[in-house]
Structures are given as structure tokens and as C-alpha cells.
Design a protein around this ligand. Structure first.
Ligand code: SF4
Length: 365
């Protein structure tokens, strides 16, 4: 089948535009209008250019083009699936773990992911930014908590702010003695790499604190030449980068796709950090895998790529209980082995190698 990629001049935000450009069937338009009334839609020209409109299973389209399936909410889904609200002492702050806080500055993104865990909170219909008074109160909260070593700018996408505003914010945060790390979570380098200008890169560096950037991407094709150049500009400026991806059905739920993605990150000098299990956000069941599938994929990935390319597979526990690695586990007690063999070797553990073969390990070092 020949690819049908479309050039668009500006970000597509309306279902009718998606239909007009061949990204969604006309018959779905009434349902897509209902989806868009609830969850924001945006497909940038860079992302649109990656979509093969002739492929009904295109992995980029599945991430960004709304579908009627989003109107179906499952019983366990939750508008606040990772429990931000219970850990929000003041507007814009989420203080879930002792040594770090989220600072949610903006509620807009360059693109809107159909699986977004904050889909009820992001988008043009929501408050667009913290007011100055709320921002001041958020900084006061951080100042009053000397245990906060790391501030994570998220939202929304912090790189939607102007370089000038980001410069001010970075200076405010770096001016707090105990804040040593500022981490910025963004999808902009892949969704709208032109925003990563020289001024933007300069804004991310600040005296008094170390900046890290966490890039969200889920498929190797998102790492285009333009995206790679945007990331290189940050890394060349001395900003270390890590990756965040979400395990998504029909996007990266096969080992070849995950391998290509992780290799692409490492080629870009981005250390794979997290592979998130899909959160229980409303209307996203069609994009989630099972935990068992995720574990099996991680096992297969370990057999194919080096440790540099291994992310942690993590689950955000619903209710705000934080992230936990969810395997797979390679070590277990050896009780199932024969008593004679165990007596002779005093083995206590079974450990599985990258090929899936089992080996014994003694109890004492
Ligand atoms: S970029 Fe992040 S916050 Fe924005 S829509 Fe995607 S997942 Fe949600």
C-alpha cells in the first residue's frame, strides 16, 4: 500500500478539519464533535506529516486523531487517574513524594494525546495558566518546604511558554536554595520542534540549579530529523535528557516497535527512563494493554537491546499512591528445585537470563 501523508499549514483543532484532510471518516463526524467538546484536539503540521492517512492502523494517528471509542468510559476509569488532586496543597503544586513537587504552569499542549492522563485538565477550555497570585503562592509553598530537592515542570507542556517567561520561572526556582534540580516534561521537540529555538534552549539553563528535560514520545517515527535536531540543541547545551513513553495498544505494543523507539532515544542521547502502563483515564480503554502484555514485552526487550535502551516499566497506582515498577521480575526463590540439588549447592534463588533460561544463585555472597 502506498503511503498517503498530508501536508497541513497550521495546527488542526476541529473534527471537520480532520475529516477534510482525510484523517477521520466523515461518518464519524457527529461522534468526533462530541469527543472534541469534552477533550481537546490538536494535530500540529509536524505530527500530521507523520500520519499515513491510508493506513487505518497508523500508530501516529492512533495517538492524536480522536475516535468515537473515546465516548465509552469504563467502570474503573477516573477523571483524575493518578490522584493529582489529593496531593495538591495549593493550586499548581502536586506534592506526592517527599523530595519533589510537580509545578503545573500551563494547561495547554502543542498536541493533545488521546490517552492523556490529564485529559480532563488540559486544553483550551480549561484555565490556561496559573494566575500571578497562584504562581506566587506555589513558589511560597516550595520555599517553605526545604525537603523539595527537585521541581518538575509539567502541565500542560511547559515549552508552550515563551522563552522570556521560562527564563523568569527558571530564575525564580533556582533562587530557592534547596531546589537543585528542575525537570521539564515536554512533547514539544517532537510535536512542534520549531519552538525549540536558541532562545528557548538558553531559557532552560539557569545558574544555581541543574536542568533535565524528559521527552515524551511513543513511536520511533516521532524522532524525525527535525525532532532530533531540537533534542540535539538541548543536549549540546549541556542539558541531559531522559525519555517517557506510554505503552499503547496499536502504537508500540510489539517488541520491534519498542526496540526501535528505545534505540532512537539512545541515538539522540536520551536515556530511556519510563515506559508507563496506560492510566485509567476516561475513554482510553481501546489504547490500553494488560499488565501481563507489558511484562512480556519488557522481557522480550531485554533479550534484544542493551541496558542503555531499557526503560523502567511503571504503573501509577490509582488514587495518588505514586509510581511502582511492575516488572517483570527475574529473581525468585528456588524452592521448586529438587531438595537434593538444593542441599548440594545450597541454592536459594532462581535467576532468569536475557534468553529466558533459568540459573541458580547461592544464598551467601
Ligand atoms: S503532551 Fe502530555 S499533558 Fe499534553 S496531552 Fe499529551 S500526555 Fe497530556
Amino acid at each position: 500500500m502506498s503511503r498517503t501523508n498530508r501536508k497541513v499549514a497550521a495546527t488542526l483543532r476541529e473534527p471537520a478539519e480532520l475529516v477534510a484532510h482525510g484523517f477521520a471518516p466523515a461518518a464519524d463526524l457527529p461522534d468526533l464533535e462530541k469527543v472534541a467538546a469534552r477533550y481537546a484536539v490538536a494535530v500540529t503540521p509536524d505530527i500530521a506529516a507523520l500520519i499515513d492517512a491510508s493506513d487505518p492502523n497508523d500508530p501516529i494517528a492512533r495517538q492524536f486523531i480522536p475516535t468515537p471509542a473515546e465516548l465509552v468510559a469504563e467502570e474503573n476509569e477516573n477523571p483524575d487517574p493518578i490522584g493529582d488532586h489529593v496531593h495538591s496543597p495549593v493550586a499548581g503544586i502536586v506534592h506526592r513524594y517527599p523530595d519533589r513537587v510537580l509545578l503545573k504552569l500551563v494547561h495547554v499542549c502543542a498536541v493533545y494525546c488521546r490517552f492523556c492522563f490529564r485529559r480532563e485538565m488540559v486544553g483550551p477550555g480549561k484555565p490556561t495558566a496559573l494566575s500571578q497570585a497562584a504562581y506566587d503562592a506555589a513558589l511560597d509553598y516550595i520555599r517553605a518546604h526545604p525537603e523539595v530537592w527537585e521541581v518538575i515542570l509539567t502541565g500542560g507542556d511547559p515549552l508552550m511558554l515563551s522563552p522570556r517567561r521560562l527564563t523568569e520561572i527558571m530564575a525564580d526556582l533556582a533562587g530557592i536554595d534547596h531546589v537543585r534540580i528542575i525537570r521539564i516534561h515536554t512533547r514539544v521537540p517532537v510535536a512542534d520542534p520549531a519552538r525549540v529555538t536558541r532562545e528557548m534552549v538558553a531559557a532552560l539553563r539557569v545558574a544555581g540549579a541543574t536542568t533535565w528535560v524528559a521527552l515524551h514520545a511513543n513511536h520511533a517515527s516521532e524522532l524525525t530529523d527535525r525532532a532530533r535536531a531540537a533534542c540535539a540543541a538541548m543536549v549540546d547545551a549541556g542539558i541531559p535528557m531522559v525519555s517517557q513513553s506510554v505503552l499503547l495498544r496499536g502504537v508500540n505494543d510489539n517488541v520491534a516497535a519498542l526496540e526501535a523507539l528505545m534505540r532512537a532515544f539512545v541515538e539522540c542521547r536520551i536515556k530511556p527512563y519510563y515506559l508507563h502502563h496506560g492510566d485509567l483515564a476516561p475513554g482510553t480503554a481501546h489504547l490500553r494493554t494488560t499488565l501481563e502484555q507489558g511484562q512480556e514485552l519488557m522481557r522480550a526487550l531485554r533479550g534484544r537491546v542493551s541496558g542503555l535502551c531499557q526503560p523502567d516499566y511503571v504503573l501509577d497506582i490509582p488514587g495518588g499512591h505514586g509510581k511502582s515498577p511492575v516488572g517483570p521480575n527475574y529473581l525468585s526463590p528456588s524452592n521448586s528445585f529438587s531438595p537434593e540439588r538444593e542441599r548440594r549447592a545450597e541454592t536459594r534463588y532462581r535467576v532468569v537470563d536475557y534468553c529466558g533460561d533459568v540459573h541458580l544463585y547461592p544464598p551467601k555472597p
